[in-house]
Design a protein. Structure first.
Length: 201
């Protein structure tokens, strides 16, 4: 079985977090307790499910950001390559990642601020891609991440720009909504209070 390229988006500014948390590290570098009970940076917990990933792995960071060196260091620790993009917009990040790995059999898109996703959830989404062009987890009726895209979605992904992600692509009829028992697929770190770990319950 071929595995898609896993793409972790980590180029955002984290403005909502900074607005409430004040000066300090970027939210992706804030310590939080992961599923394994360890206290590590948010993004490191987001990368951890990819430690045994059999396909390519790519972390998207923002060019010129203060945190780029630290993010790159954490990526190397987990055997993940980095790609620096000039924009923090999700659309720009995702299209750049797809262009950089255009020959992949597909792309599994994760968010760097979602530190409580279970590794098996990634494999459940990928398994659905064997029969569908797009796949995403569904937890208690709520759509979540990671989102999987088959190779035939390349053109649409490459056309994304700005801060507009791939939400419109998920309106296509051939989407597999994968029921999961993983609350981590719908919990991100958006504000400081989220670090308390709602996604671990």
């Amino acid at each position: 079985m071929k595995y898609p390229c896993a793409v972790v988006l980590a180029a955002g500014y984290g403005r909502r977090f900074r607005a409430q948390g004040g000066a300090g590290p970027h939210k992706l570098l804030m310590p939080c307790t992961g599923l394994d009970g360890s206290l590590r940076p948010v993004v490191e917990h987001a990368l951890a499910p990819l430690d045994d990933w059999p396909g390519e792995r790519l972390l998207i960071i923002r060019q010129g950001s203060d945190e780029r060196e630290r993010l790159s260091e954490l990526a190397r620790r987990h055997g993940v390559e980095t790609l620096a993009v000039p924009s923090a917009g999700m659309g720009d990040s995702l299209s750049a990642a797809v262009r950089a790995r255009a020959q992949a059999c597909g792309w599994l898109v994760l968010l760097g601020d979602m530190p409580w996703i279970r590794p098996q959830t990634l494999h459940q989404v990928v398994a659905a891609l064997a029969q569908h062009s797009l796949a995403a987890p569904l937890y208690q009726g709520r759509r979540g991440h990671p989102v999987g895209f088959a190779a035939d979605q390349r053109a649409g992904l490459e056309q994304l720009s700005g801060d507009v992600g791939a939400r419109q692509l998920l309106s296509q009829p051939d989407v597999a909504w994968v029921e999961v028992s993983d609350p981590g697929v719908v919990h991100d770190v958006d504000i400081p209070a989220d670090l308390e770990g709602a996604g671990r319950r």
